[in-house]
Design a binder for this molecule. Structure first.
Ligand SMILES: Cc1cc2nc3c(=O)[nH]c(=O)nc-3n(C[C@H](O)[C@H](O)[C@H](O)COP(=O)(O)OP(=O)(O)OC[C@H]3O[C@@H](n4cnc5c(N)ncnc54)[C@H](O)[C@@H]3O)c2cc1C
Length: 573
């Protein structure tokens, strides 16, 4: 690249490309270590997919768990990963992650605006695997008061509209339970009313809600910490090229509102562009279920078009192609919006509640619906006959949809009419009518529901063992008082269905990197001045999905590690 062709240039110590968790964790840490840091963000708003996420981070032996007396042997999380990852287990990176994860949490807790709530009651996904935990291995961003962002609040990416109530984020856990119970418990009703009134007041006075939760709180708190430590976050600034001098990555070329610009970075460049969820060519290559690259509807931020992987390759870095799965799979429904666009809604919450089944076009179940989104989608892909589109329907009765909602459809008292009118939600007064409307085999569906209802009354799913793991049960509804918190018969019509298709929360396949987060070349040698963070770094989990929070936990931890390496600072011992 010829720097002379650029309109202007400037110098910093560390350049971070992308403003999600991977990028911001690196930036904040590096600034605290004394580096002058600039974050470059392509979108008009900072936050990426992280701003839409649940904000959960898988960090075994984190300080909040220890404080609560959950002091597990460090060998246990390692043994769980060894079992779950199989031949993808990378001992060096796993060891760095398990060692530095708790220190990363400690650093942010002590020195920045980011605070955490514990996941001490949240089990790992695969409760039958050796050394799986019942809790104590995750943390989430604590709710964050956006006032601390000052004028920068205007460029914070809001949560994905379809996962909110009128734009208001709902924190997972107890808060979500209050929302689902608002019409059944005066205590929950009052709790929800207070939150909604506060949100409306904020909207009137400030144009948006100021109580940030989940991933929005994570980004808000990280960004506030970044600004307070002197980091600049420049939006509308896509990085187009890496500047390579004498075999070292020395900066970038950006295209911003003011034209082309070269930015030099003394200590290097961190690629944190969020992987390739919207890069058709890469999806065609790495996702077998997407032969044209279009059969995959990722719920990740639309600006994540694989730029980081291409930039890395331009400097000799290598994208891993041997992962168990190249993406963090999830069932996604397509939600038509009034402006003509289509949202990709990931089904993360309602599948485990009692009274929902998932069937294919033959009317048959194919999966334990209460398993993780990744396992659900893997099962659908495995069950889909060759040459047929991978799709399924989430199906429930009237009582279920009014209590729990279904996908983007909210529970009572929110109306169903608009969803039916858009064709997002399909209704049938009988199962046969619903089956015809969806294109499902009616006899197959009726037989499935009959068998399922009998099993639900017993509380035992002989077909798919639904409700048998701690993760299944916590995702279900213990308060429903049933033999199995994930099972209830589908009894009284009308019945409803939403179609789901293959999608993801993000991608796993990324740039090969070492335990210091340095990008590696084809010979496995670190490329001087180049780091990979977040989903631009090849997933530590090797394409497996052992627990919730396994993208944000490593994203934050390896960002923390990358910053130390770039600054030449020793990691906490
Ligand atoms: C609904 C939902 C819930 C989720 N919940 C969780 C959870 O609780 N826990 C968990 O671990 N994971 C969760 N995930 C997944 C997780 O959010 C992502 O894997 C993670 O946010 C990725 O972080 P990142 O920093 O790699 O990328 P992002 O947060 O997506 O940030 C990447 C940024 O890079 C920018 N960018 C791209 N190209 C360029 C360029 N050329 N120049 C400059 N900037 C560029 C993008 O615009 C974007 O802002 C969830 C995902 C979804 C959709």
């Amino acid at each position: 690249m010829n720097p002379a062709s650029t309109a202007s240039s400037s110098d910093v110590d560390l350049l971070v490309v992308g403003s999600g968790a991977g990028g911001l964790a690196t930036a904040v840490t590096a600034a605290h270590l004394g580096l002058k840091v600039q974050v470059l963000e392509k979108d008009p708003q900072y936050g990426g997919t992280t701003a839409w996420s649940g904000g959960w981070m898988w960090i075994p032996r984190n300080p909040l768990a220890l404080a609560a007396g959950i002091d597990e042997d460090p060998a246990l999380p390692e043994a769980y990963l060894r079992h779950e990852l199989g031949d993808q287990f990378d001992a060096e990176r796993v060891s760095a992650f398990l060692r530095q994860g708790p220190r990363m949490v400690e650093f942010f807790q002590r020195q920045t605006a980011l605070q955490f709530i514990d996941g001490n009651g949240i089990p790992d996904f695969h409760g039958r695997s050796p050394a799986a935990a019942l809790g104590g291995r995750s943390v989430c961003a604590a709710p964050f008061d956006a006032r601390r962002l000052g004028r920068h609040i205007n460029s914070l990416k809001p949560p994905l509209a379809e996962t909110t109530l009128w734009g208001m984020g709902i924190a997972s856990g107890a808060e979500l339970r209050h929302f689902l119970n608002a019409l059944h418990s005066p205590h929950s009703f009052w709790h929800v009313t207070r939150l909604v009134l506060r949100y409306w007041r904020d909207c009137l006075l400030h144009g948006r809600g100021l109580r940030l939760v989940n991933g929005n709180a994570l980004v808000g708190a990280l960004a506030a910490s970044a600004f307070e430590a002197g980091v600049t976050i420049q939006v509308n600034t896509p990085v187009k090229r890496l500047l390579i001098e004498g075999g070292r990555v020395a900066g970038v070329q950006t295209a911003g509102p003011e034209g082309l610009r070269t930015v030099r970075a003394r200590c290097g460049v961190v690629l944190a562009c969020g992987g390739f969820p919207h890069d058709e060519a890469r999806k065609r290559e790495l996702l077998p279920h997407a032969p044209t690259g279009r059969e995959h509807w990722s719920a990740a931020s639309r600006g994540n078009t694989g730029d980081g992987l291409r930039l890395g390759e331009s400097a000799g870095a290598v994208v891993a192609r041997d992962l168990h799965s190249a993406a963090a799979l999830a069932p996604v429904s397509l939600v038509p919006r009034s402006d003509g666009s289509v949202a990709h809604f990931p089904h993360l919450i309602e599948r485990a509640k009692p009274g929902l089944i998932a069937v294919m076009a033959n009317g048959l179940r194919f999966v334990n619906e209460a398993d993780s989104y990744h396992d659900f989608m893997s099962a659908l892909l495995a069950a889909t006959p060759a040459g047929q589109p991978a799709q399924a329907w989430l199906l429930c009765d009237h009582a279920f949809i009014r209590h729990y909602g279904l996908g983007a459809v909210k529970p009572a008292p929110m109306p169903l009419g608009p969803w039916l009118a858009k064709g997002y939600l399909v209704r049938g007064h009988t199962l046969a009518e619903l089956a015809r409307a969806c294109g499902i085999d009616a006899a197959g569906l009726q037989a499935t529901v009959q068998r399922y209802n009998a099993a639900a009354l017993q509380g035992q799913d002989a077909d798919f063992a639904k409700g048998e793991t701690p993760y299944n049960r916590i995702q279900g509804d213990a308060a429903a008082g049933r033999a199995n918190p994930c099972m209830a018969p589908l009894q009284q019509g009308p019945f409803y269905a939403v179609r789901v298709q293959p999608g993801s929360l993000g991608t796993f396949a990324g740039l090969r990197a070492n335990a210091q987060a340095q990008a590696l070349d084809a010979q496995g040698r670190p490329i001087p001045g180049l780091y990979a963070a977040g989903n631009d770094m090849n997933s530590l989990m090797g394409g497996h999905y052992p627990s919730g929070g396994i993208t944000l936990g490593p994203a934050m931890t390896f960002g923390f590690i990358a910053a130390h390496h770039a600054a030449g600072a020793a990691l906490p011992g």
